[in-house]
Design a protein around this ligand. Structure first.
Ligand code: TMP
Ligand code: MG
Length: 290
């Protein structure tokens, strides 16, 4: 393989020849035709660290001092109810979709009741256990140096994820974010969430609402997509005149049950890999550096 990291033990591919063909064709087209579209939670951030689960954007708030103990219990109950459904591969997307809408809606209602202050977010993120995957600095910096647009497409919370990447020093000018943004009143207190809700299974609709963004990137028909859930596969549905897409999926949890489904859906599956080593090696290859 022209990318040695594709032989890492965490890497699984159903069709390595196809992966090679896509990579060759994307490299030939040049990095000025490339755009990267990535999920945030559990894709750019770690799933676990030292045996402990790492927080999603929502969990960063849930675990913080901005939330009352009673509300924490309620949010935990929601997580215990709906997360097993999110990762249950014996249920269809059609069956899961209304339940996911229910999860997001209930969680956002609870957060709004807590009167969260905008100016407390930075501290809460700083005090949290949020952790970008190892190699994040190269990932963000290299894309920026090569002027490759990075779209972070997240069903998490935009204000929180922006703060995570800002504090890590990697919120560069080539980064765009589609996510759920908080709406604060004139006193800076959370009163609602803006726009259409983005949950784990409507990223297609989210993409199609943002045609302006994809129109601007029309000259970049080659896409590197990074995700960790099957809903992330639709993040590139708004891309215009797509030529090649390489889909890289992190399989973090329930590995044995979900392995085949992931292999059938993602070109490259990274099993219990907490690093960005493979995406970084791909980016290095596509920008002509070995
Ligand atoms: P994403 O990674 O596709 O952007 O999805 C966001 C993740 O957030 C998804 O894995 C479920 C998780 N989540 C929570 O941890 N707590 C919540 O309250 C909600 C609504 C979602
Ligand atoms: Mg995710």
């Amino acid at each position: 393989m022209m990318i040695p990291q594709l032989s890492n033990t965490s890497v699984c591919m159903k069709d390595p020849d196809r992966v090679r063909d896509i990579l060759v064709s994307m490299q030939k087209a040049g990095s000025n035709t490339l755009q990267v579209i990535s999920d945030f939670d559990m894709t750019l951030t770690r799933f676990a660290f030292n045996g402990k689960r790492c927080p999603t954007c929502h969990n960063i708030l849930d675990n913080s001092r901005l939330i009352s103990d009673e509300c924490k219990l309620q949010l935990k109950e929601l997580l215990n109810t709906y997360y097993p459904i999110e990762i249950d591969c014996s249920r269809s997307v059609e069956e899961k979709l209304p339940l996911m809408v229910e999860w997001w809606t209930k969680a956002h209602e609870l957060l709004i009741e807590q009167k969260i202050k905008k100016d407390a977010l930075a501290l809460v993120v700083r005090e949290s256990d949020a952790r970008l995957r190892d190699g994040y600095k190269f990932f963000f910096d290299h894309l920026h140096e090569h002027s490759i647009p990075l779209l972070i497409f997240s069903a998490g919370i935009g204000d929180v994820l922006e703060e995570v990447i800002r504090q890590a020093g990697v919120f560069h000018s080539n980064v765009n974010v589609f996510s759920n943004y908080m709406d604060f009143d004139e006193l800076g207190v959370l009163q609602a969430f803006k726009g259409e809700l983005i949950h784990i299974y409507n990223k297609r609709e989210g993409a199609l609402l943002n045609t302006g963004h994809f129109r601007e990137l029309r000259a970049r028909p080659n896409v590197l997509l990074l995700g960790d859930s099957l809903g992330d596969l639709n993040m590139a549905d708004g891309v215009q005149d797509m030529e090649n897409i390489l889909k890289v999926g992190f399989l973090n949890d329930k590995v044995e049950e979900r392995r085949q489904t992931y292999l059938d859906s993602y070109d490259i599956v990274l099993i219990k890999d907490e690093t960005l080593d493979v995406p970084n090696a791909i980016i290095r290859f596509l920008t002509g550096q070995q």
